[in-house]
Structure formats: C-alpha cells, structure tokens
Write a protein that binds this ligand. Structure first.
Ligand SMILES: [Zn+2]
Length: 372
C-alpha cells in the first residue's frame, strides 16, 4: 500500500514540475514578446499543477492506516479527490463553451504571432506526453485520480491543438474557425468531466461488483473442499485497495462445526491471497445428502427447478433444504430487479409449491440480486 501511494506521489510530482516548467517558459516568452495571452496561458499551467497537488493530498489521506474512528481505512478519500478533479475539468469545459459562444456572437479577428504558435505547439507535445504518462501510471496503479489528471492534460492538448489548427487555417484561408472548434471541444471536455464524475460517484454510492471479479471470487470459494456452491457475494468498496464482504456457501448437512470452521478459514485465506478481498463472514446452507429419487426431497427439488424455469424473472434459487420429518422446506430465491412486483413472483412460486406439496411448510428468503 505504501509503495502504491509513493508511486502516485512520484507521478504527481512529475506533473507539478512539468507544469511549472511550462508555466515559467510561457511567462518568460510572454513577457519578452509582451503578449498578455501567453502570460495568461502560463497561469493555466499553474492551475494544472494544482490538480497534481490535489492528487498527492488525496493519496496521502487515503493511505492513512485505519484508526478507531475510521476502522475501514481512508481509501474513499481518493474518490473525493477524483471528484475535485472532475469539477476542475467541468469548469474548464464550461468556461471554454462560454468563451467560444461569445466569440461566435461577437467575432473578433485574432492575430497570431509565429512565436505564439511555436509555444502552443510545444505545450501540445508536453501535454500529450504528460496525459499519456498519467493515464498509463494511473491504470497500472489503479488510481482514478491520476487517470482523471491524464484526461485533463489530454483535453488541454486538444484545446491548444484546436487553437493551432484554427490559426493555421486563418493564416492560409482567412477563415475564422476558432470559436466553432472551441464549442465542439468544450462539449468534449464537459463529456469527459461528467464521465469522471459518474465513475467516482458510482464508487461512493456503491455499484454492482463487476461480473469478472464476482465470478473469480466464487470460483476460488468453490475450489475449497466441502463447498458445494457459492452464493450471495456482497462486497463493499472502501477504496482502491480495500474491499470487504461476505459470501454464503452450501455444504453437506453432515459436516461438523469443526469441519465447517476449517473450511471457512480456508475460504477466507484463499480469497484474500488470490482475489485480494477480505471475506469477513461465510454464511452456511446445509443441503440434503442422503436422498433417493423417489423421496420428497428429490421431488420438491425437481418441482422447484420446473417452476423456476417457467418464471423468467427468477434468476436463481439456492440453499434448498428439505426436512421430511418436520415437513419444512427452506430455500433462497433471487428475483430480477426487472420484475415490476418481486413479491408477486415470490407468491406465485410459493403457491405452486404449496399446491404440489400440501403437507409442507415453505420458508423462502427473497435475496437481492447483488452479484453475478
Ligand atoms: Zn441466499
């Protein structure tokens, strides 16, 4: 963990140094050529250096060890700094669109000095390199904040490229394109800002575990001896490096507490080492082991399969346990969020079962469709 945050800080320092160097370069050339536009552009580079400072602050906060008040760690601080950078990107997009529209309404002939075009070209190359570097490091380190800074730098390069293209077109044909190009790019910047914001907000609100991760964890769990099936995986994201959760497993009804204890610990260790997720609780369903084809357990199981295959909104049933002596049946059922009335689906399944097996009492648990 310390290593990851150290690398994010190092990457951000490269960003700060690069932006300050660009700002200094522009400020000097701006003053020598007495161009206010170039000096103002230098100020923009300083604000980009600020987004790297924000990344460092967020990473430092997030890397703080758990304490009594924050036992889940501080990892979500990174999602907050990503939101701050998304707001900076959105702000840039909104001010670009405002400026461009003003230029369309009140066109003014801009004159580009050759020295200015050279500086813009240098800035474009520097920003493209910085954007690629941030995105590559951010992806490798799992840092959305760095990736967002990379998007920000790429957008800056795009704006400058548009200025450059517009200036060249203007020089060659006399057409004033800058404002129209500006509107297009501003829309692109706003779109990028919204996407970064959605990603970070989604993580704070709590999103569905991606299918790949869920299936990989279930595969690890099912590889442990004694596990007959894994269900109801719940994961809570407390930051890029801290996920914790619970899972339910089916086991033979004949297993002893001692055997279940061993199995549970093996599950926790396996998931932590293979999938880097802390499973805090393993729930247990016992499944019938000594059944023959013509006893009630097999019949109820078959009937349940039949009913479920006729109900498009029922995604899964699990944890079926039939107690023939006590005449009780337990199972869990997952009904899709697409069903308008999940309770009605549940009632329909219950009624069909009761009609087929009037002597039995059915206890069903409606599970949430949390993971694949
Ligand atoms: Zn369940």
């Amino acid at each position: 963990m310390a290593n990851r945050s150290a690398q994010i800080v190092r990457t951000s320092i490269v960003g700060i140094v690069a932006n300050i160097a660009l700002a200094a370069f522009k400020a000097v050339v701006g003053m020598l050529s007495s161009s206010i536009a170039i000096v103002l552009d230098a100020v923009n580079n300083l604000s980009d250096a600020l987004s790297s400072v924000i990344t460092i602050v967020g990473t430092k906060l997030a890397a703080k060890a758990p304490d009594r008040e924050h036992p889940y760690g501080h990892g979500r601080a990174e999602y907050l700094t990503t939101i701050v950078i998304a707001v900076i990107v959105l702000g840039a997009g909104i001010s670009s669109i405002k400026e461009s529209i003003e230029r369309i309404i009140h066109p003014e002939q801009s004159s580009y000095e050759p020295v200015m075009l050279v500086i813009i070209a240098v800035a474009v190359l520097a920003k493209i390199a910085l954007g690629r570097y941030f995105k590559a490091r951010g992806t490798a380190l799992g840092s959305d904040t760095l990736v967002a800074s990379g998007e920000d730098a790429t957008m800056d390069a795009l704006v400058s490229t548009a200025t450059l293209v517009a200036a060249l077109v203007n020089k060659l044909t006399g057409l004033g394109l800058e404002a129209y190009l500006g509107v297009g790019i501003a829309i692109l910047i706003i779109k990028t800002g919204v996407e970064i914001l959605q990603e970070a907000l989604g993580k704070i609100i709590g999103r569905r575990i991606d299918s790949e991760t869920a299936l990989a964890i279930k595969e690890t769990v099912c590889s442990i001896e004694g596990v007959r099936g894994a269900y109801d995986l719940v994961l809570t994201d407390y930051g890029p490096e801290r996920s914790m959760g619970s899972i339910h497993v089916e086991v033979d009804e004949s297993l002893t507490a001692k055997e279940i204890d061993r199995m549970t610990r093996r599950i926790q260790h396996a998931v932590l080492s293979k999938n880097h997720v802390a499973i805090h609780t393993v729930g247990i369903y016992s499944v019938n082991t000594d059944t023959t084809a013509d006893d009630d357990t097999a019949k109820i199981s078959n009937e349940l399969d039949k009913i479920v295959s006729g109900e498009p909104f029922v995604l899964q049933t699990h944890g079926l346990y039939v107690d023939e002596a006590a005449k009780t049946v337990l199972f869990d059922i997952i009904v899709s969020y697409d069903a308008l009335d999940r309770g009605a689906v549940l009632a329909r399944v219950a009624n069909t079962l009761k009609e087929s097996f009037p002597g039995y009492k059915f206890t069903m648990t409606l599970d949430e469709d949390i993971s694949d």
